[in-house]
Design a protein around this ligand. Structure first.
Ligand SMILES: Cc1cc2nc3c(=O)[nH]c(=O)nc-3n(C[C@H](O)[C@H](O)[C@H](O)COP(=O)(O)OP(=O)(O)OC[C@H]3O[C@@H](n4cnc5c(N)ncnc54)[C@H](O)[C@@H]3O)c2cc1C
Length: 567
């Protein structure tokens, strides 16, 4: 079962029909405007409807269309406006600036939906022979420019290959605890199929509902419970990839010393080497017990120290998520707006004041999953470390409400963009010894660069961050920032505003020893910083692999190895 494209927003996030996540009459708008130093009413900035957008004519000629139809079937080759608009770009803030403004100049000439590995391989070989560009597309949830159709200056025919008709769970090896599925299966469908056999992969990115197995591997992502279930490069056992040089089957053994592990070339390849048609991955028994709960810390440093100690003590947790003081304040205030403030809340506040947690606290959510005995044992050990590090237990409700809304946060972005506000996120990781330095440097870079882009001296951004994934040696930092959009200079001015902020943040990450991406990938947006991270020899190796598998450069050109930020 796949998701009908027309049931989804082509220029936003989630279902086409969905309740407004931030209704017009909500008092939250005024609070956000005040926090941003905006003294005028927020403007109405709705997205351009499709019928008013400029779509370049498809360059697909009749003969090529016939050839494509011979490979994938007549019903699987699309050149209609909706299909081309849906596949023009991904879901980054930068992507949304373009599509909401009605600029669909990146739309591919056609979208094709292969139904099998054989069709995909024939399609890739056909494209290579004809020098036709192919852009692999799963859920299209890339936030780094990974699925942009025609890159600027690309003259060749451009076809997006949508994998979402390849949705079968092919097999489960209950003895080895691995499973194999076709790459185009969406998160919920995969989860359901695995759960019916008593197992799960456990990969839950925030985009889970609208992203695919192939996209998770290709972008080398991490789910919210990555501490327990691992990132994509950890749970991937093997893959089949349709490349211009033939079908590539990576080796599948639990451990091997037979030269470097080529699965690591698939994870993170972002469609530049070929199209992943199926993947084999590790699975886990469904947990008997779950425990999600909250703690408060007086400082980000104390909370980070608690996470480090828990992970280094090898206590089996599924998730540890620490918000900095700004993020804690933002979500607590936003969540409380419009709600009646009763006696219970007053007592809770008085208690926090008394214990010294009222002044800019940092919230930490702990998630535990597994057998009842393991969860209970882990809960006690976690509680001891939290307490030793200054954490205050605040009960289950922050944990359960975080879990219930774990995929809903992004629904707020469209209404914000409809009211002149920009919202973007970026992420990195570093060693524990550097985490506070990197947090401060990137926070400062985003805050300063937002102010630089605004004329009004009282206007500013809201910048917040959390630790989202933890390892024994370090952790990731995930930044979210909200800012008043530069609406006065059109699309070009808005892209320039975004570029100023993005460059400042990325330069700060590179200067302070963070990775340019912990889990979103490289796409076009992070490509200019990749060389600094991999070094000249590393870049030469990546280029040589690309050249060897895809000598004509038809597979997702401009991504990962390009330099096209802002395209
Ligand atoms: C709201 C939101 C929240 C997000 N949260 C997370 C998160 O928590 N964790 C995380 O890791 N990421 C997150 N992301 C980023 C994104 O969802 C991930 O990168 C995801 O793995 C992409 O999956 P997809 O199926 O949508 O792939 P797409 O966006 O379609 O593609 C991503 C990249 O992989 C390539 N690709 C896709 N399918 C294939 C294939 N079969 N073979 C070869 N190449 C392929 C594409 O060409 C592109 O370069 C989030 C994005 C959004 C919009």
């Amino acid at each position: 079962m796949t998701i009908d494209r027309t049931s989804l927003r082509w220029n936003g996030w989630g279902p086409a029909a969905q309740p407004d996540a931030l209704p017009k009459e909500s008092p939250a708008w005024q609070w956000i405007a005040d926090a941003l130093g905006i003294n005028t009413p927020l403007p109405e900035t709705p997205a351009t409807p499709l019928e008013k957008c400029t779509l370049p004519a498809s360059g697909l000629d009749g003969e090529t269309r016939l050839e494509l139809e011979r490979i994938v079937g007549a019903n699987q080759v699309h050149t209609g406006d909706y299909e081309r608009a849906f596949h023009a770009r991904g879901k980054s803030y930068h992507d949304l600036l373009h599509v909401r403004a009605g600029n669909l100049s990146n739309a591919p000439d056609a979208v094709v939906y292969p139904r099998s590995e054989d069709e995909t391989q024939r399609l890739v070989e056909f494209a290579a022979a004809r020098d036709i560009v192919l852009v692999p597309f799963g859920g299209g949830s890339s936030v780094v420019g990974g699925v942009t159709g025609r890159e600027q200056g690309e003259k060749r025919l451009c076809i997006t290959v949508d994998t979402t008709l390849m949705t079968s769970l092919l097999s489960i090896d209950e003895t080895a605890m691995t499973a194999t599925a076709q790459a185009g299966i969406y998160g919920p469908a995969l989860d359901k199929a695995l759960a019916s056999q008593g197992v799960r992969l456990g990969h839950y990115p925030q985009s889970f509902e609208y992203s695919t197995l192939g996209g998770w591997v290709a972008a080398r992502g991490a789910g919210q419970n990555s501490i327990r279930y691992g990132r994509a490069d950890k749970w991937l056992v093997s893959a089949h990839v349709a490349t211009p040089s033939g079908l590539w089957r990576t080796e599948a053994t639990p451990g091997s010393a037979a030269a470097p592990n080529l699965n690591q070339m698939v994870a993170g390849s972002e469609g530049t080497l070929g199209i992943i048609t199926e993947a084999t991955f590790k699975v886990h028994s469904l947990p008997d017990a779950e425990d999600y709960r909250g703690y408060l810390f007086r400082s980000f440093a104390e909370g980070a120290d608690a996470i480090r100690r828990i992970v280094q003590s090898e206590i089996p947790t599924a998730m540890l998520r620490l918000s900095d003081a700004d993020e804690t304040f933002f979500f607590r205030t936003l969540g409380g707006i419009g709600k009646e403030h009763g006696l219970k809340d007053n007592l809770a506040e008085a208690y926090l004041r008394l214990r010294g947690y009222a002044d800019r606290p940092c919230a930490l959510i702990v998630g535990l999953e597994g057998s009842a005995a393991n969860v209970s044992h882990a809960r006690d050990r976690v509680a001891r470390i939290m307490s030793a590090c200054g954490g205050l237990h605040v009960g289950r409700s922050p944990g359960t409400s975080w879990k219930a809304g774990r995929f809903h946060g992004p629904m707020v972005r469209d209404p914000m963009m409809d009211h002149g506000l920009g919202v973007d996120t970026l992420e990195t990781s570093t060693f524990w010894s550097n985490i506070q330095t990197l947090h401060s440097a990137v926070r400062e870079a985003i805050d300063t660069s937002i102010r630089e882009t605004l004329d009004d001296p009282s206007a500013r951004g809201i910048v917040m961050a959390h630790i989202s994934h933890a390892y024994p040696d370090g952790a990731s930092l995930y930044f979210t920032f909200v800012f008043p959009r530069r609406l006065d200079r059109g699309l070009e001015g808005e892209v320039a505003q975004w570029l100023t902020i993005k460059r400042a943040a990325s330069d700060a990450i590179a200067a302070h020893n963070g990775t340019i991406s912990h889990h979103h990938g490289v796409g076009t947006d992070h490509a200019p910083w990749l060389g600094q991270e991999k070094g000249p020899v590393g870049m030469q190796m990546l280029g040589a692999v690309k050249q060897s598998l895809d000598p004509k450069g038809v597979m997702n050109p401009g991504k990962v190895l390009g330099d096209g930020i802002g395209n």
